[in-house]
Design a protein around this ligand. Sequence first.
Ligand code: GDP
Ligand code: MG
Length: 435
Amino acid sequence: LTTGLESAWNKLKGEEVLTKDNIAEPMRDIRRALLEADVSLPVVRRFVQSVSDQAVGVGVVRGVKPDQQLVKIVYDELIKLMGGEVSELTFAKSGPTVILLAGLQGVGKTTVCAKLASYFKKQGKSCMLVAGDVYRPAAIDQLTILGKQVNVPVYTAGTDVKPSDIAKQGFEEAKKKNIDVVIVDTAGRLQIDKAMMDELKDVKRVLNPTEVLLVVDAMTGQEAAALVTTFNLEIGITGAILTKLDGDSRGGAALSVKEVSGKPIKLVGRGERMEDLEPFYPDRMAGRILGMGDVLSFVEKMQQEEAEDLQKKIMSAKFDFNDFLKQTRTVAKMGSVSRVIGMIPGMAKVTPAQIREAEKNLQNMEVIIEAMTPEEREKPELLAESPIKRKRVAKDSGKTEQQVSQLIAQLFQMRVRMKKLMGVMEGGSLPTLSN
Ligand code: GDP
Ligand code: MG
């Protein structure tokens, strides 16, 4: 999507006012890019029309490039298309909040149960999972294992009890134990069928859930919007959770769901790990679609991983090799390096070869840092000042002196870059290594 839009912007450079003529070609590119991202045709039509209507006649503000002007309109319109604001989850006024999850087989419902529990636990809420998928014993085991992993109780009643009865029993149990949030897993099928819908209606009737969330796989593209619509008409839902946004989904699902179904995407899943669930931010998604780089998500992830004091250290230029190591490990934990690099603006275009290189570099870095003394890790200046110390580190790590010097330089560069990323725009100077 990004490449298509980029060529659209380039065509506008140098114009003063946006006219029907000069936006025609970029709009065609935008249309194509959206269709390629698997956004449904009616949505694309309405979107293009709305952007064109707003753009024509808009004078290009001094200091702003025409392409930026159009980007701004497209950006705002994308945010609107996706529902504008973050759509928060609702909580029950009294008694446990009940979240019922629905969706086809394999979309990530059971995973979402545990991810949600982990998400709520971080907010200080107690949770209980209820195993309402009774058709496969393996589904109950899976939920039990995930529950253990995130350390929340799982209510099970085997495979012989009706899902609506399990749900009711689970709810009563949670109420007795003063649990804040009850999350109910259900069975999915490969396709929508009457039995699944009837079962969900049953469970919904006895539970009276606070939230009924349809879990949809982002890879299904525009099909996702149709599913949300159908489930909403059939059982009545409060929103959707879009999973597997980490795959090579083309984004169409995220764009169409709200517009087509009227129901918001409330959360998105970006991976298989328990931490990979976050609120759906229309503005960030719009930014990502336009290739602006998802700095906010990046910064937030950093913050989650004990970055608050990391940030302080960066600000005060005390960011040392221990932090460096912690951070590179965090980055590795966050998933592939490529994913993170893709979120940093200006670094969006990396080739697979570059990614492999980056991953190899990470390993080299660890070996070098491990060869440093604790004091050297805390005070990188010591190494910057002493060729002898650098030589020793090189020897102990089995790397070249040049590699060691590079890593030290990189740490100082990182201090400067991180400062900038955190919004402190002052330059900062790089020390040169003494010989
Ligand atoms: P269910 O049948 O709807 O309960 O789906 P599961 O929760 O069992 O998930 C099916 C598969 O999708 C599992 O292998 C999960 O690990 C995987 N999965 C779930 N969510 C995500 C996600 O956000 N990203 C990726 N890459 N995989 C996911
Ligand atoms: Mg399941």
